[in-house]
Design a protein around this ligand. Structure first.
Ligand code: GLY
Ligand code: MN
Ligand code: MN
Length: 486
């Protein structure tokens, strides 16, 4: 597209791309006049406000006297002057509550130490006023190019934070106060803040572990993401007949889910895995360029990320033509039982790793029943053996939230060895994958890959399956498909 002036200059309006049209002085003058005020209507306080305040109070008490910086991150170049769609860093979103459509690249949230805690300061690139050229010249920030951003006042009203112009940041940071920064998100800020690797690692660890127990706002947002994803799974099943009619039908299925993610949410929470036939045995199959063939299974791992950035993470494995073969059902039932066992292990006071161990008992037993384990299931389950892991070499779940693999900077004792608490949201996702060249299995089993993944809330009394609306048992899956495809 032709621009009136500059390329992605991050605020400067002097760079001119080869295909840009020169601007006459007369036009510059003309663009300054004749604009009516255009305030945003209906800016009201966001429901995240009481919750983000509690999070900030907690981190403030932990890091007394230190300046804390959470960058939103910057636009990332896809190619030449095209950027990827912007997605703010999760810590920035979590401490501010700012939703995707209000996030401005290159923003910073700073918690500035005060005598009795910290004062939150949000630095943003606000709406471009009509008295400079940015609004029509700047392809990265100009309103004519990327749309209206909020003013400082509008942002303050919506998120109850004190808001400043990002242009003042260099001066603000020039006092070199002791600072903890989420590093690696904004190269300009990384350069301005003296690095202390150990302290920053501890900081990252603390703010990561803080997210393990979800508050009510988060649980509600997660349920929205999951419900939208459940609708996205129905969209995909409905499109199976069309997907089987063309080459690269996996793309047809992938696109159906993406439509739902964009309609109801911000984006996919992660690249969808749409794996038909033996592609299901490739754990991170995201090329999604295979054919979808009747008679095969199709494994789909997908999640809608809602505007608040919370994401679902759900996997189902469907028979493309609506009916499992006996071999497919045999593998499916191993995974089904493993998942049931994993979910049953969830209750306050259990350890996170108990979930995987419970799943593994069923995976090992299943392999034994199919006659492919050279030793007994019990022997295989001993730490020094683990032969059954040939058919499920990934873990059986993880924390889920604003990141699909949430709490990623937790240490082992804070994660797999930790006790489960009400409010945690976890996935349970065992699988069984018979590689197409696995000669331990008879021919009809080779290339069958099954995973079932659900999103589970730890409750006071046990577990609630937030994604329960999507059927899991093979009979229910067949009935569900028959209804959608009739
Ligand atoms: N979709 C990524 C995962 O299941 O962990
Ligand atoms: Mn997962
Ligand atoms: Mn998944």
């Amino acid at each position: 597209m032709n621009s009136a002036s500059n390329a992605n200059s991050g605020g400067k309006d002097t760079e001119v791309r080869t295909h840009d049209i020169p601007i006459a002085d007369a036009m510059v003058e003309f663009m300054k006049v004749g604009w009516a005020p255009s305030p945003l209507d209906g800016v009201t306080a966001h429901p995240s406000i009481p919750y983000t305040k509690i999070r900030r109070d907690k981190v403030s008490k932990q890091f007394v006297g230190k300046r804390l910086i959470f960058p939103s991150g910057s636009l990332k170049v896809r190619s030449n002057d095209s950027d990827y769609q912007f997605r703010a860093h999760s810590a920035f979103s979590w401490f501010t509550g700012i939703v995707a459509s209000d996030c401005v690249p290159d923003s910073l949230f700073i918690m500035e130490p005060t005598a009795d805690g910290h004062q939150g300061l949000l630095f943003i690139h606000p709406r471009s006023p009509r008295d400079n050229n940015e609004f029509y010249k700047n392809t990265r920030y100009g309103e004519f190019w990327v749309g209206r951003r909020m003013t400082l006042d509008e942002t303050e009203t919506k998120y109850a934070l004190q808001v400043k112009q990002i242009e003042s940041i260099e001066e603000f940071l020039s006092d070199k106060k002791e600072t903890l920064l989420v590093r690696g998100q904004d190269p300009a800020i990384d350069k301005l803040v003296v690095e202390d690797t150990e302290s920053e690692k501890e900081f990252l660890n603390y703010i990561s572990v803080m997210r393990a127990v979800k508050d009510k706002y988060e649980i509600d947002e997660m349920q929205k993401a999951i419900d939208a994803s459940v609708r996205g799974f129905a969209d995909m099943v409905r499109i199976f007949p069309a997907a089987t009619a063309v080459p690269r039908g996996e793309r047809v299925v992938e696109a159906a889910f993406y439509g739902r993610a964009r309609l109801e949410g911000n984006d996919n929470g992660y690249p969808s895995i749409v794996a038909s036939g033996a592609h299901a045995c490739i754990l991170h199959w995201i090329k999604n360029d295979g054919d979808v063939l009747p008679g095969d299974l199709i494994l789909i791992d997908a999640g809608v990320e809602v505007e608040s950035h919370y994401t679902a993470d759900i996997t189902r494995t469907f028979p493309v033509n609506g009916k499992f073969t006996q071999a497919q059902r045999n593998i499916y039932m191993i995974v089904y039982k493993a998942q049931q066992a994993g979910i049953a292990a969830i209750k306050p006071g259990a350890r996170f790793r108990d979930i995987h161990n419970a799943c593994m008992v069923e995976i090992a037993r299943g392999a034994q029943e199919l006659g492919v384990l050279p030793i007994s299931a019990e022997e295989s389950l001993l730490a020094e053996n683990g032969l059954h892991r040939r058919w499920q070499f990934h873990g059986s779940g993880h924390h889920l939230g604003i990141d699909v693999h949430d709490c990623a900077h937790a240490r082992k004792e804070q994660y797999s060895d930790a006790l489960l608490e009400p409010g945690m949201i976890l996935t349970v996702e065992p699988g069984f994958y018979v590689q197409p060249d696995d000669t331990l299995f008879p021919e009809e089993y080779r290339g069958i890959g099954v995973r079932i993944e659900d999103d589970i809330l730890v409750t006071e009394s046990g577990a609630k399956i937030l994604s329960n609306a999507l059927p899991r048992h093979p009979d229910e899956v067949e009935a569900y498909m028959a209804k959608l495809l009739k």
